[in-house]
Design a protein around this ligand. Structure first.
Ligand code: 1HN
Length: 354
């Protein structure tokens, strides 16, 4: 931690006695707290951290033997930041976890104020339904569950092609919503919500570089709720072939709400970047703590004083304002997400090339 910007004066016995009398009246001296309140740079409990998929996957599958999706409501291993143990979050503002749905299972329908995203790691017959429309899940797909949208997940029975577990990374703004004491939630009266539209309807309506006639966005989140990996990956590949490469980010794109040009969720921004084999990126920092998930390839990232060597499907965290520099051993694709849209909406976001 950096040296305090404001130094609290030493408290004499007489002052401490004064503070005790203040406390009895629910009052406190600001001059004792200022140093921790107003820091010259972001101070956070979020630590740089790395989760190895090859270590976590067997534990997630073990959870699959120990508890059903039905018993668990959501069978998830929370990725808990070591600096924030016990507070069920990966950064101070965001939650992340690895979810497992086995062939034939359903994770029943519910909705809540918190917005969620999924980044699919493994799926043959996995699917999710959001507000009356189903999307089949494929590895690398980015899927949204907007605030207050009914959502349930499933994996086809083994007899219908549901070969293997469906596993994805969940990201939610739960800590942010709960810091505002803004949580509401309810169960759908049935295990699965009825489907109101055929699969692919939202793609046709909102994801073909067109919008329904005189469309006015009815909500803050993107009407496109599934962003297939094949399309995002192909865009990165084409841009890489066309050049140029950013010295810090490689080829990096942000997922977008096509109706507004803004972030896909009001509280969470998400990104996908390609790092060519042998890429060694420049150091950079931004005021949003960022969660990375390796979609493809291997490499390493220097985060502050630590270096994380990562493989496919690993997750790692870069805390607020910590320098990060990415290197790729083989051609790699990194998915990432953060609370950047919140910071931007409040005029707080900063970035710096180092
Ligand atoms: C949730 O609703 C899901 O719907 C996943 O899959 C993870 C973590 C905390 C609170 C709600 C889901 C969640 C969650």
């Amino acid at each position: 931690m950096t040296k305090p910007f404001y130094a609290a004066p030493d408290a004499s016995a007489a002052m401490r006695e004064f503070y005790a009398r203040l406390a009895q009246k629910n009052a406190a001296p600001l001059w004792e707290a200022l140093a921790q309140l107003v820091t010259p740079e972001p101070v956070t409990l979020t630590q740089p951290a790395h989760w190895s998929y090859s270590e976590l996957r067997p534990l997630l599958l073990e959870a699959g033997q120990r508890i059903s999706a039905e018993q668990a409501e959501r069978r998830v291993l929370v990725l808990e930041n070591p600096g924030l143990r016990g507070s069920v979050r990966i950064t101070e503002s965001l939650y992340a976890g690895l979810q497992l749905v086995l062939p034939g299972e359903i994770a029943r329908s519910h909705r809540h104020q918190a917005s969620a995203l999924r980044f699919v790691l493994e799926s043959n017959g996995g699917f999710t339904a959001v507000e009356g429309e189903r999307a089949a899940m494929q590895a690398g797909d980015f899927i949204l569950t907007p605030s207050w949208a009914w959502h349930d997940h499933g994996n086809l029975p083994a007899s219908e092609d549901g070969a293997g577990p469906a596993i994805w990374l969940d990201g939610l703004d739960i800590p942010l919503v709960n810091s505002l004491s803004g949580s509401f939630a309810e169960h759908y009266p049935a295990e699965q919500q009825p489907l109101a539209r055929p699969e692919g309807d939202a793609q046709a309506c909102y994801a073909a570089n067109m919008l329904p006639l005189e469309y006015r966005a009815p909500r803050l989140s993107s009407p496109v709720f599934a962003y297939p990996y094949a399309r995002s990956r192909a865009a990165l590949q084409q841009l890489y072939q066309n050049g140029p490469l950013d010295a810090t980010h490689g080829i990096k794109l942000q997922y977008v709400n096509p109706a507004t040009g803004g972030a896909p969720l009001p509280t969470i921004g998400a990104f996908l970047q390609l790092l060519p084999a042998g890429f060694s990126g420049a150091a950079y920092r931004s005021s949003d703590a960022t969660i990375y998930c390796v979609a493809e390839g291997s490499g390493s990232s220097r985060v502050g004083a630590q270096t994380f060597a990562w493989q496919e499907h690993d997750v790692f965290v870069v805390p607020n304002w910590q320098p990060v520099a990415h290197s790729a051993t083989s051609e790699a694709v990194l998915f990432s997400f953060s609370d950047r849209p919140v910071q931007k909406a409040l005029g707080l976001w900063r970035e710096q090339a180092l």
